[in-house]
Design a protein around this ligand. Structure first.
Ligand code: PLP
Length: 457
């Protein structure tokens, strides 16, 4: 029965006091957890079955009170995980999660502004546009550049490949060839696959001792493909532009170091790339779900993604307005701009620069400390904030020894690092990018290595 009187239909529309209570209880959970995060174990996935049993309990018709649900989230979800928000997380590529960004996200989600089309929320679109403008100027891009905030680096790489494909290849694009180094992130291969390229269209170019693409091998591969009547059109990497091809730089991990003086020198020439992937949920310390693609000639990004629709006819779609849906695979999505804009406004760029500089220093420090440990061999000195190393036991199998060492390090629960395989060899790596990683946390990693490597000797 329709009525204006409060009834069960109003459950989804809490009053001011109810909203206060919800926020207060949820923020108590978050603040309790975060204010003690340095003492949390680096990983805590024991008793998994009991956690999963709680989570799998069926969703009821009537619902539960928040004071029943929040402890479930706290105990069985938040605390049952590798602590990826903690400074002890030095594996893969660490993410961020700065609190002010979460607050921005909360405001964005609760007020639910629609930013796919300029005229629906012009000021919110301006917030996101100004973030993109700042990102473009950080890499030295001209006014004509445009960009989109994506869910992460993978989707940014996907849109980059689609944009390059549309700019340089005909509709039937299967003669197009993509070149990337043997160290390229797997998301690039996945993006190429999703963009319609079979794996036979991807050339994997060998790298040198510092894991950088070998330019002469690249040129040879391009020439060979041209002679075979194929169409080299895209290089993913960090070499100079060749043959009018599209140069995409996947700077998802390292891109934000461009804000530092040392990074700026290393990234010299980045502004010549046709497109750049950055991942604010890595190097800008924001919560997961915040990636970015920048395209030097913004018009090409638009041409690759714009599809009109008759039901949008009432909207002001004036060409010079920023209608993000014309530049992105997404139509409706969250207002990602606010979670980037708010912390930048609050803390200023200098704070981010200081944190990034600290990460560069910590990686150098970790490398020097590793060199002092008997039985450790450095595989790659940090170019930014990752150190690759392995143990070399006097006897026994290298792979077994390094896998065992990694297991023992993780079992300490004081740190969490990861491994990779290069040329068939298992290599351990310390990746320092979490904003909560300071000297004490890297010292803990070094201590864990020291105290467990002795067993290997
Ligand atoms: C160099 C590089 N590119 C792309 C990605 C994929 O980014 P995401 O996980 O945000 O999709 C990563 C993730 O670690 C990365 O390090």
């Amino acid at each position: 029965m329709l009525t204006n009187e409060p009834n069960s239909l109003h459950k989804l529309e809490p009053c001011a006091e109810e909203m206060q209570l919800l926020i207060q209880q949820a923020s108590n959970l978050v603040i309790n957890y975060l204010s003690n995060i340095t003492n949390e174990p680096a990983s805590n996935i024991s008793n998994l079955d009991s956690h999963l049993t709680e989570i799998r309990k069926p969703i009821s018709e009537e619902g539960l009170n928040l004071d029943r649900v929040l402890p479930l989230i706290d105990k069985h979800v938040v605390r049952c995980a590798v602590n990826t928000a903690g400074g002890t997380y030095q594996a893969y590529i660490p993410g961020g999660g700065i609190f002010a960004s979460a607050v921005g996200e909360f405001i964005a989600a609760a007020t639910n502004r629609y930013i796919g089309v300029w005229s629906i929320a012009p000021a919110a679109v301006e917030v996101e546009t100004s973030v993109i403008r700042w990102l473009c100027s950080s890499v030295g891009y001209p006014e004509s550049a445009r960009g989109i905030l994506t869910s992460g680096g993978s989707l940014a790489n996907f849109s980059a490949i689609v944009t390059a494909r549309c700019a340089l290849l005909p509709e039937n694009f299967l003669s197009g060839i993509i070149y990337a180094s043997d160290q390229v992130h797997a998301s690039v291969q996945k993006a190429a696959m999703l963009a319609g390229f079979p794996s036979a269209n991807i050339r994997v170019i060998e790298t040198d001792k510092q894991f950088r693409i070998n330019p002469s091998l690249l040129l040879t591969a391009i020439e060979k493909d041209k002679q075979a009547d194929l169409t080299p059109f895209l290089i993913v990497g960090s070499v100079a532009k060749e043959n009018n091809m599209w140069l995409h730089i996947d700077a998802a991990y390292g891109g934000f170091f461009v804000l530092t003086e040392r990074g700026r020198k290393l990234f010299k020439g980045i502004d010549k790339a046709d497109s750049i992937t950055l991942d604010p949920h890595k190097g800008l310390f924001l919560p997961y779900g915040t990636g970015c693609l920048l395209v030097r000639n913004g018009e090409l990004l638009k041409q690759a993604h714009q599809v009109g629709a008759s039901y949008l006819q009432d909207l002001d779609l004036t060409e010079d307005r920023m209608n993000f849906n014309d530049y992105s695979p997404e139509l409706t999505r969250s207002f990602r701009g606010l979670r980037v804009w708010l912390p930048l406004k609050l803390y200023g760029v200098a704070s981010f620069r200081q944190y990034l500089d600290e990460k560069l220093d910590l990686a150098l420090w970790a490398c020097e400390e590793l060199k002092k440990i008997p039985g450790i061999e450095i595989i790659a000195e940090p170019q930014l904030s990752v150190v690759a190393f392995r143990c070399k036991p006097k006897t026994g199998n290298l792979t077994t020894a390094n896998k065992k060492l990694l297991e023992l390090i993780i079992a300490t629960q004081k740190t969490f690092i990861s491994s990779t395989t290069i040329n068939g060899e298992v290599i351990l790596r310390i990746a320092i990018l979490c904003f909560r990683t300071h000297l004490a946390e890297v010292q803990a990693t070094i201590d864990a290595i020291k105290s467990n490597i002795e067993i290997e000797d």
